[in-house]
Design a protein around this ligand. Sequence first.
Ligand code: ADP
Ligand code: ADP
Length: 224
Amino acid sequence: MIIEGKDLSKYYGSGESKVVALNKANLEIAASDFISIMGPSGSGKSTLLHIISGLDTPTSGTVTFDGKDIYKTDDQELSAFRRRRIGFIFQQFNLLPVLTAKENIIMPLLLDKRQPDEAYLKEITELLGITNRLSHLPSELSGGQQQRVAIARALIAKPDVIFADEPTGNLDSRSGNEVMEMLKNIWKGFGKALVIITHDSRIAQMADRQFAIVDGVLSEVTAR
Ligand code: ADP
Ligand code: ADP
């Protein structure tokens, strides 16, 4: 098991305005899992994603990575975990507009004072079909190309797990399908765990392990 979330609850506010965003969720992510988490808006998907990936503390419950409680380590260790072990892909791509595609891709390494592995950079950008776009600014790229740059950025630090939050939410169906195909190829080819958050059942069904979340209650839909 790479990441194990146990009895995770998250409350916002208190008294009359208390919101139970997540209610005793359990989620185990193994090395080569392809997991989807599907639920309507407001069901707790982002909350779960943030907690399981080290971005936000749960009100109760634990998240362990390689057997270690990530919220009991110091801030430095937690941020190293996020930088080195996890890759993130967002709905809005979140590329820095003043940097070229290549600069965006290698930024996580530079922030970590590491140098990119050029051979690996070449391998992933070829796989993603963006080698001839590396000197372009995000504004010069289509949505699908921007998301492929964001996927390369998520991969560059060779993480164990990739989390994708509505990765096709901003794309038309054709580029959305392309991006999903590429994510699937990357999952197969690089042996990483892939966790996709979506409200689209078609995308959810591409995963091996499918979860549903309703009002903060998470349940596995696929039999193990
Ligand atoms: P989803 O990602 O499925 O749309 P969220 O995890 O964002 O759902 O939200 C789950 C619930 O928690 C919603 O009712 C939302 O309004 C509430 N919520 C999320 N973040 C906060 C916050 N920072 N403060 C208060 N309520 C929040
Ligand atoms: P998405 O579902 O597209 O990922 P959300 O709209 O759920 O995005 O949430 C975007 C951000 O706003 C998150 O960081 C979440 O914590 C915060 N948020 C969501 N709902 C609320 C709320 N009711 N009050 C305050 N912050 C919220």
